[in-house]
Write a protein that binds this ligand. Structure first.
Ligand code: ADP
Ligand code: MG
Ligand code: MG
Length: 273
């Protein structure tokens, strides 16, 4: 276990819809730091069963636990432990030192080079593939739920508060619990949807946002029917990858393994014609 009394709570480092996140340092070993995500309990909290636990745990914890067994993925924030108090949950997380959210990084950096984008996207894909292997659909991937460490550009996926277990059954629209930025059109349309194509859509949305500094679609109407405006100065491979991830029909969309194999990530394979 993790002894919280050994830690001194420091600055507020982040605020989301449901949680406040503080940095805390070990009282004796000052360089040992953790992030504490504190959430008020609410009526809507979801609990899930976890192997080895006698009682169900907060769904966010349960989903993260699936990702914590070795070998872990370095691109997913680590959950050290958690505490359930009468009115609050506290998640004790790996503290991503000298990091920004991807949202802030995009704002501060301005024009991001394709090489840097590639570096970030490789890590995001690694995180996403790892989640699918462990049966976790994140369901809320957007730029405030991705941390980037500077100057090394290591990427950490955070916030599994909307995550769902992947089963043999497809998801319904109500299973997409996230803010909506990354919601694929098939989910918005109210059809059933599957985790892998939904992840690929989100990957396209993230790559678009990194390369353009703005959202691919500004509202539901344009998400469902609008055409995407891609910067013509991007490489052919990059344009192709964005367009193929953002194909509205999930059957025609690039598949997850094809994303990783796409020529934008593999400059030696020939460009699409
Ligand atoms: P919510 O579920 O309320 O959206 P998040 O888990 O997304 O909460 O955390 C809110 C913010 O706190 C993030 O956008 C980020 O800025 C910051 N944050 C969260 N976890 C960490 C962490 N482990 N290290 C550093 N900053 C973090
Ligand atoms: Mg969040
Ligand atoms: Mg959340």
């Amino acid at each position: 276990g993790f002894d919280l009394s050994q830690f001194e709570v420091g600055d507020l480092i982040g605020k989301g819809a449901f949680g406040e996140v503080y940095v805390a340092s070990h009282k004796r070993r000052k360089r040992v730091k953790v992030a504490l995500k504190c959430m008020m309990k609410s009526q809507e909290d979801r609990y899930l069963d976890v192997d080895g636990h006698s009682t169900p745990v907060l769904a966010e914890v349960a989903m993260m636990l699936r990702l914590m067994n070795a070998p872990r993925c370095p691109n997913i924030i680590r959950l050290h432990d958690w505490v359930e108090l009468e009115d609050n949950f506290v998640l004790i997380l790996e503290y991503a030192e000298s990091c920004q959210t991807l949202l802030q990084y995009i704002k501060d950096t301005g024009d991001i080079e394709e090489n840097q984008a590639r570096r970030l996207m490789r890590q995001l894909i690694r995180a996403v593939m790892f989640c699918t292997e462990r049966g976790v659909f994140h369901g809320d991937i957007h730029t405030a739920n991705i941390l980037v460490t500077l100057p090394r550009l290591e990427l950490k996926l955070i916030d599994f508060g909307c995550a769902q277990p992947i089963t043999h059954k497809p998801f319904n629209k109500s299973d997409y619990r996230g803010a909506g930025h990354g919601m694929p059109p098939e989910a918005l349309r109210g059809r059933v949807f599957h985790a892998n194509p939904a992840y690929v859509w989100t990957i396209g949305i993230m790559l678009y946002e990194i390369m353009h500094g703005r959202l691919a679609f500004c509202n539901r109407q344009s998400l469902m029917f609008g055409s995407i405006q891609i910067n013509p100065r991007l490489s052919t491979a990059c344009v192709d990858l964005i367009s193929q991830c953002l194909i509205r029909n999930p059957v025609q969309r690039l598949q997850l393994h094809q994303v990783e194999e796409h020529c934008w990530f593999n400059p030696t394979t020939p460009n699409p014609v």
